[in-house]
Ligand binder design. Structure first.
Ligand code: HEC
Length: 172
């Protein structure tokens, strides 16, 4: 597994994104789609929720990934806990690039009054291969597009997601 590939992708994203969208996440409305993956008008990943709460595959996948790697600190449904902030709130103002940067590199807020450490996930394929999935899930939560809990129904897993699993997770 080539960890540096992730680091470069995220760095490039941070540079491009930092300049263009420093103001925040922007409008989450779907502007384009590619093989079941949706993007907003700035090209950042976004969610799509159709009638009766049917979520796109990546939002569903992000729900699962979030609840396997993040919820112990950030609480179920992105609602926060005494250990770490509510990401359903953070993503109201945080850009995609800033999100990717914190998750990849971690962040520390340690001083006399605080001992808060966000671990760096840059070498964890279970997180890095699904960074966009986790992002769109939390973006949907931040915009109240889905309630807490497991989405009752989702679009089929796109072929592109199957291929990405194989190449990113190294199971080819
Ligand atoms: C061991 C506990 C822990 C785990 C697990 C964890 N985090 Fe964090 N995270 C934190 C803490 C503590 C902070 C606040 C750090 C600070 O105060 O600077 C934080 C901050 C963040 C922030 C910045 C929020 C803001 O408002 O600025 C993001 C984004 C984030 N985490 C995403 C994630 C994601 C995504 C996962 C799962 C892949 C995850 N975290 C897993 C503890 C954790």
């Amino acid at each position: 597994m080539n960890v540096w590939k992730f680091v470069l992708i995220v760095l490039a994203g941070a540079l491009a994104g930092g300049a263009a969208y420093a103001g925040g996440p922007g409008d989450p409305a779907v502007a384009s789609s590619d093989n079941g993956k949706y993007a907003d008008k700035d090209g950042n990943p976004t969610y799509k929720i159709s009638g009766e709460g049917v979520v796109d595959w990546y939002t569903f996948s992000g729900f699962r990934r979030y609840h396997s790697d993040c919820h112990v600190c950030h609480g179920p449904n992105g609602d926060g806990s005494s250990l770490a902030p509510a990401l359903a709130n953070s993503l109201k103002t945080m850009s995609y690039a800033d999100f990717a940067n914190v998750v990849t590199n971690g962040r520390q807020n340690v001083n006399a009054a605080n001992d808060k450490v966000m671990p760096a996930f840059g070498t964890n394929a279970n997180v890095m291969c699904y960074l966009d999935d986790i992002y769109v899930y939390l973006r949907a939560r931040a915009n109240n597009a889905i309630p807490g809990g497991r989405p009752p129904s989702h679009e089929d897993k796109p072929e592109a997601a199957k291929q990405a699993d194989a190449s990113c997770m190294g199971t080819k």
